[in-house]
Design a protein around this ligand. Structure first.
Ligand code: GNR
Ligand code: NI
Length: 175
């Protein structure tokens, strides 16, 4: 297992479209284990493979609170391989999103509040479920990564440029 470096905007790698996984092999499962380790370490509640430089349609999500008071957080790891949205509700929900590839920047994004999604799990078994709430928010955020889309792309150009500027400035200060 390994903690992998997370790619940050404006790295063009994040704009790549990820390719479907053709078989859920041990190699894929090893990558997923590293993705969970990387996500928990960050900490974050979701991670797409492209964020660690692998352009494959693989997502991991765990909605647990990253920091629980005392003791171990209860982990609920979710894996989505080759996910597809088969239906989206007309009603939208706003949520203040962040992204490990756009560190420390947050903005409100509106997305369909319920989706029907289809995906493969770690064993290669198919799932087809209606998803709402926070999981719907994060799953749609992660699925955007598979198309090279970041949450800031859902904002006005002005807001997006402001965030990218702040990111560049923060990076310069850190250097
Ligand atoms: O850790 C994350 N938190 C988050 C908060 C609101 C909406 C989406 C997310 S996903 C993000 C991790 C990440 O960047 N996944 O791609
Ligand atoms: Ni993200």
């Amino acid at each position: 297992m390994a903690i992998l470096p997370i790619i940050e905007a404006p790295d063009p790698l994040l704009r790549q479209i990820s390719s479907p996984v053709d078989a859920v092999t041990d190699e894929v499962r090893a990558l997923i284990a590293d993705m969970f380790e990387t996500m928990y370490d960050a900490p974050g509640i979701g991670l797409a493979a492209i964020q660690v430089g692998v352009p494959k349609r693989i997502l991991v999500i765990d909605l647990q609170e990253p920091e629980e008071e005392g003791g171990e957080p209860i982990r609920e790891p979710l894996v989505f391989i080759n996910p597809e949205i088969v239906r989206s509700s007309d009603s939208l929900q706003p949520y203040t999103e962040g992204c490990l590839s756009v560190p420390d920047q947050y903005a409100e994004v509106e997305r369909p509040d319920t989706i029907r999604a289809r995906w493969l799990d770690l064993d290669g078994a198919q799932h087809d479920e209606e998803i709402g709430g926070m999981l719907a928010v994060v799953l749609q955020h992660e699925m955007d990564h598979l198309e090279g889309i970041l949450f800031i792309d859902h904002l006005s150009r002005l807001k997006r440029d402001m965030i990218l500027k702040k990111l560049a400035k923060a990076r310069k200060l850190a250097a």
